[in-house]
Design a protein around this ligand. Sequence first.
Ligand code: KG4
Ligand code: ZN
Length: 359
Amino acid sequence: MTTILGIETSCDETAAAVVADGQTIRSNIVASQVDIHAQYGGIFPEIASRAHIERIYPVVDQALKQAEITLDSVDAIAVTRGPGLPGSLVVGVNTAKGLALGRGLPLLAINHLEGHVYSLWLAGPEFRFVAGESAPGEEWVPIEFPVVVLIVSGGHTELILMTGHGEYRRLGGTLDDAAGEAFDKVGRLLGLPYPGGPSIQKAAENGDAAAFDFPRAWLRSNQGEQNYNFSFSGLKTAVLRTLQRLYPDYRPDADLPPDLPVADLAASFQAAVVEVLVGKTVRAAREFDAKEIFIAGGVSANTALRATMIAQAGVPVRVPPLHLCTDNAAMIAAAGHFRYLAGQRDSLDFDVLPTWPLA
Ligand code: KG4
Ligand code: ZN
């Protein structure tokens, strides 16, 4: 039995969690800064760093208290080393180093993307879906490799083949904007509140996904074959051009025309993103004989993405519970559990890695 304290400060959530055996969440505290950054319509790195400094110790304390333990019963501290904002990462890493040094505890440096992958180990049996089955499973089905993982967040869009614990092959990723970033930027074009993802999903509920024919970036090679990369900036531009065509006076961040077809635009944009994300993930699962498909990261909360993936996968699909889609420290602790079992121990002199590919 392991008890891992996880710490995550890579972006705009200050988070700490206690996880037992890589699977049972004893506590999961997230102090979100979304309200602070909403006024800027995006994340302001220096403000994020300062907010982490103010919050990290209370958040760690609360995680231990809620788990009803002290550091004495912690086996190791797992902390996000990267990728992320340097000034944010350094707060979590220095806190983890201080605690590890003070208590003589092992320290584990974790890749944030690996954390998102391990959010699926924290998802109960009700988060494993098989198309055509009316209800999700009731019993935990052990995870078998290989698995194709789609990580989609505000900062990342990565398609990964996972062949074992800690074994990854990167199949592709975004060439420009991350999927969540596209949601956020288009949300802004449509005058919806930040973050754009949940706002667009909500607006799209009453919209017609076929109302606008936005482009799908399948990114074929000269031989006509698709690759596993993504591109969303052309789609964002297509939405902007459509708005400018409909309303010659349109300007982002200005007063929007009252008759703007927000629901149809949101639904059509969302459909274009989902179609490409699902199409490429499912193709990868076939090509590599994946046993299952995982989706993770903030955008994996999207209901259209989940439903379409489950319907088209051809293999079971696991999704994280909503509170584990966005950044949290429980997923870092879960990844830390498997790294701890594999014998990883990091010395106190490692530095943060703002860019750190998973594979
Ligand atoms: O994983 P996350 O919390 O932070 C990063 O590591 O980036 O992801 C945040 C992103 C934002 O871009 C947000 O708009 C998007 O996830 N998001 C969604 C939904 N909920 C959050 N995108 C689409 N549909 C949603 N329901
Ligand atoms: Zn993330």
